[in-house]
Design a protein around this ligand. Sequence first.
Ligand SMILES: *[C@@H]1O[C@H](CO)[C@@H](O)[C@H](O)[C@H]1NC(C)=O
Ligand SMILES: *[C@@H]1O[C@H](CO)[C@@H](O)[C@H](O)[C@H]1NC(C)=O
Ligand SMILES: *[C@@H]1O[C@H](CO)[C@@H](O)[C@H](O)[C@H]1NC(C)=O
Ligand SMILES: *[C@@H]1O[C@H](CO)[C@@H](O)[C@H](O)[C@H]1NC(C)=O
Ligand SMILES: *[C@@H]1O[C@H](CO)[C@@H](O)[C@H](O)[C@H]1NC(C)=O
Length: 829
Amino acid sequence: MLILGISKVSRMERLIEYFTLILLVLVSFICHPSYCNLIDSLSTNQSVKDGETVISSDGSFELGFFSPGFSTNRYVGIWYKKTIYPKTVVWVANRENPVVDELGVLKVIIPGIIVILNHTGHIVWSTNTSRTVQNPVARLLDSGNLVVKDVGDDNQGSFLWQSFDYPTDTLLPSMKLGRNFLTGLEVYLSAWRSGEDPAPGEFTFHCDPSGFPQNTINRGPKKIRRSFEGLLQPMKEPPFATKGMVINKEEVYYTYISYNSSFISRLILSNNGVIQRWNWDNQTQVWVIYRTGPADYCDTYRLCGAYGSCSVGKSPACSCLDKFVPKNEEAWALADWSSGCERSKSLNCLKGDIFLKYSGINFPDTEYSWFNRSMTLEDCKAMCLKNCSCMAYANLEITSNGRSGCLLWYGDLVDIREIPNGKEIYIRISSSELASGDKQDGKKRKVRILSISAVTVFLGVSLTIIWTWRKIFRKLQLGKLVHGCMKNGNYESHDEELELPVFEFSTLMKATNNFAITNKLGEGGFGIVYKGMLEKGEEIAVKRLSRTSMQGLDELKNEIHCIAKLQHRNLVKILGFCIQEDERMLIYEYMANKSLDLFIFDDTQRESLDWPMHFHIINGISRGLMYLHQDSCLRVIHRDLKASNILLDTSMNPKISDFGLAKIFAGNETGANTNRVVGTYGYMSPEYAVHGLFSVKSDVFSFGVIVLEIISGKSNRGFSHEEHHHNLLGHAWMLYREGRSKEVVDPNLVNSCYLPEMLRCIHVALLCVQQRPEDRPNMSTVLLMLGNEGLLPPAKQPGFFTETALPVKDHIYASNSKNVISISLVQPR
Ligand SMILES: *[C@@H]1O[C@H](CO)[C@@H](O)[C@H](O)[C@H]1NC(C)=O
Ligand SMILES: *[C@@H]1O[C@H](CO)[C@@H](O)[C@H](O)[C@H]1NC(C)=O
Ligand SMILES: *[C@@H]1O[C@H](CO)[C@@H](O)[C@H](O)[C@H]1NC(C)=O
Ligand SMILES: *[C@@H]1O[C@H](CO)[C@@H](O)[C@H](O)[C@H]1NC(C)=O
Ligand SMILES: *[C@@H]1O[C@H](CO)[C@@H](O)[C@H](O)[C@H]1NC(C)=O
């Protein structure tokens, strides 16, 4: 009965629901602007009323009133028709003068201007004209150009006004970006102030006609990026549009012409000053980003100063061109590259300089340049030689017919970067650079050998002194602190060469309460960790290494010796060790806040950390890892980096633990391939998990996973999403591609003013987890990226992108030589 009753009610409810839904659909159908008044042109006796009328072109555009984002201000704009969703606005009329209610009206009036009126009939915005016509009409052309003309006059040249002359942030195909010398008009893009305010922001995008024309992004009056586009020519790959510079007596402009009307493309200057080309993918019904500029930090204008060349992926990013040296060595060494480089031998224009060919770079800034399309390279060189301030020359064009034309640079060359398929450019250098090279080299070599041997002797002597001194000091100290070595242990020799205190087994037994289960802190792939307290009250953590697969004693001693040498504020400090019979133990400092996973995967603990603390932790981990990879005396690959291996001290400084253990357990592997895979699913890079290939880049992968986990508060392994089967990496990458990275961030964190920093961290993390190891940055680059504001290269698809079901095992420690696979399963700690 009861059940019946409920189902009756719900059936009733469902009926009502359906009815309401149908009503809603009908209402929205009737009242949707696109279905109200559709007109194809606007004459003086018509008007576009907010919410009622829309001008629609034959092509893909519509014009009407709209509100951006959550703003309630009303603007007149042009957007793509409904087939493109979400609504993408390409032009705004009254950018700075919104109508505040939904009662605005757009009209065209004599003498031939378009006006926007508010509800009181007051003009809030208008176009202008230099001519008067009696029958003006406004028409939205298929290209998206809103024009005012005399009725019946279809001559392109006689438009009274056109919106293509006053673009906002979008460059549509066939628009001309540049300068008309006859009218003095400059057409340029200016970014929106924000996503909800179309008023002109601080960034603008210009075609700069000085020298050989180039495109520039300016922030206020300052040039922040430039790009050489070359003369108008067809693209070599799809979509085969034609793009580039058009230069003639009347005008200089950049344009992009699409010959395929079903191909929809737009170039925008985003409100943070990035130029982006978006192409519409009709299959998936989304905008796909095709190109961005700046694309990475090397696109920062003049980053490396004069004659300095920037290279993505190199560390440091800037280097001087061959035959050039830093102008200011000190600043250069400190990564302040702005002073740039100078010739190692200065020019002597009168005695005759020569030109050296450089290739694989972009064309430097062409602001002070000159060009001629019909000159040959020989003429070009002769012309450059004649003028002492001409610093370089090159062929202007490379087309399918070969190289042609001449481009000359006056003054120092700036804004150089290495690019794939780069250009060839001939730079003026001193003729003495080549002629006297050999003699000089001989002399130099002698000097170098002498100085190297002097330094070696000096270093040797000082090292011996330091070593002896430390030995004496240590002996004194150890005598007090440590009770010597195990008497019945295998390890007999004294600790002199180990420089690391030895703990007695009995001391540790006592400290850990007989390795009581209550003292257990956690368990990893290498053994169980116990908390202990020495007699003096000092807290320690004791790692009791598991007995399996232990290597020889001497090797172990060696390794412990090495690990002890690794000292960094972001590594857990080793206090000592103990070897007795079968027991091998490492003694670490005790970390009051335990491990990172207890914080980030726990909702209540998470709340105690604000974003600066998160960022502090991310930075600390990257510093520790960089030290292991690059700066320490040994090159250590961690191979089991994960959130539970990052410990936190009382001030929440992150410290990497378990480093060097992979080395101990896997033995003396110098190669990059191993039969023993030590690691944790969810953190292992594909090449390591699948092929056993490891390198510093496999650690970088794990680092990327940890960063994403820190930001999202979700574990990569346990991750699931109702809409797809991807893991956290795939999820983050898909949102990133759609420009929705914000949704990766833990909702508790996201409402803060640190969003740009969060998005940057996500981007860097995605670079770290890319499928191919060679695409991933190394840790020094990661640090540079995290600490800088420069632009980052786009992230490619992450490793394990299509992974759906992960193995249920958590931690593997497998040895699969000779087809025998043994896996020891251990719980996560
Ligand atoms: C129209 O106004 C713009 C600026 O608002 C001005 O630069 C342009 O010269 C004007 N054109 C005419 C024809 O008056
Ligand atoms: C886009 O795809 C739809 C079907 O998804 C198709 O009907 C339409 O013709 C396509 N448009 C173009 C321009 O290719
Ligand atoms: C035109 O563009 C559409 C959509 O991008 C593409 O499918 C089609 O092949 C293109 N046609 C030509 C002739 O290039
Ligand atoms: C370009 O070079 C050609 C051939 O050398 C010459 O005839 C022409 O006058 C030059 N044009 C300019 C603008 O200097
Ligand atoms: C060299 O070129 C510069 C820039 O075009 C020009 O100002 C200067 O007069 C030229 N010098 C000579 C000697 O032709």
